[in-house]
Design a protein around this ligand. Structure first.
Ligand SMILES: C[S@@+](CC[C@H](N)C(=O)[O-])C[C@H]1O[C@@H](n2cnc3c(N)ncnc32)[C@H](O)[C@@H]1O
Length: 258
């Protein structure tokens, strides 16, 4: 399990950002990205939203007649969501629930803040009897890592993990799950909303970072200046996977993230 310092660092970062989080990026409430994880929910009556933030997924699942629980490290992030959702403040790497007590566990854009993303998915599998579903922004190729590390350093320093497209499906398979849906899709966005919390010099540094990338990064992520902002396209990877019987022995090969 992650040591206290790493956890408290992530908690402090999201506590501080909580009150403006919902306005930071259009993806947070984008219907396509929400539906991608909560559709279809037939038969999935008890749903856990892990790394829930302001409970956007938990709320969407609730509107599809599920009983939902939202879990997050940051109480202030949870407090931005509807007050009548069951909310639990805790660590996704050590979920405070019994085995198989949910039908589905969801996690969107939470794995890359965990010291141990595999541990998060293992915990989601442990508490679930139906499916685990998770999605995250991913890189196109390993050479893009310095660019995304520089971005995170400037904008979201609590980020600990960088996934390549395909990593999430490989992780689910490695943990014995049966991947029933796997999507990689593009999402257009821009720099401005995600840098609102920075001072003007730091905002300019982020725009410069995008605009000074080599051609292969510029074309891979379709980076373009527009007005005073910079637009770009990110890839999301999304996995729906049926969980194996639990507990079970994992094979000896570790899950390797390149
Ligand atoms: C980028 S936000 C995503 C929130 C939400 N899933 C969404 O899609 O809008 C990441 C969230 O993960 C939470 N988080 C990070 N590490 C965590 C951990 N170890 N356990 C539980 N939550 C964690 C943060 O507090 C934050 O609310």
């Amino acid at each position: 399990m992650l040591g206290g310092e790493g956890l408290s660092g992530a908690r402090a970062f999201f506590d501080d950002r909580a009150y403006r989080y919902l306005g930071e990026s259009a993806w947070i409430t984008d219907i396509e990205l929400v539906d991608d994880l909560v559709e279809p929910l037939q038969g999935m009556k008890k749903v856990l939203d892990v790394c829930s933030g302001p409970s956007v997924l938990a709320d969407a699942a609730r509107h599809r007649d599920a009983r939902t629980v939202a879990l997050d490290l940051s109480l202030r992030m949870l407090m931005q969501g509807p007050a009548d959702i069951a909310r639990v403040c805790g660590d996704a790497q050590s979920l405070p629930f019994q085995e198989k007590c949910f039908d589905t566990a969801l996690c969107r854009q939470g794995l890359h803040y965990a010291q141990n993303p595999r541990g998060v998915v293992e915990e989601m599998i442990r508490v679930t009897k139906g499916e685990v579903r998770f999605s995250n922004v991913v890189m196109l190729q390993a050479e893009d890592l310095p660019f995304w590390e520089s971005y995170a350093y400037l904008v979201t320093p609590a980020r600990r993990q960088y996934f390549l497209q395909g990593d999430l499906a490989r992780l689910a398979t490695h943990l014995g799950c049966d991947v029933v849906r796997h999507r990689i899709f593009e999402y257009s966005t821009s720099v401005a909303p995600s840098v609102q919390h920075l001072d003007p010099d730091a905002q300019q540094a982020v725009r410069d970072l995008f605009l000074k990338q080599p051609d292969h990064i510029t074309s891979s992520y379709q980076i373009r200046p527009f007005a005073t902002d910079v637009s770009y396209v990110v890839r999301w990877e999304s996995v729906h996977a049926r969980v194996p019987d639990w507990p079970r022995a994992l094979d000896s090969r570790d899950w390797e993230r390149r």
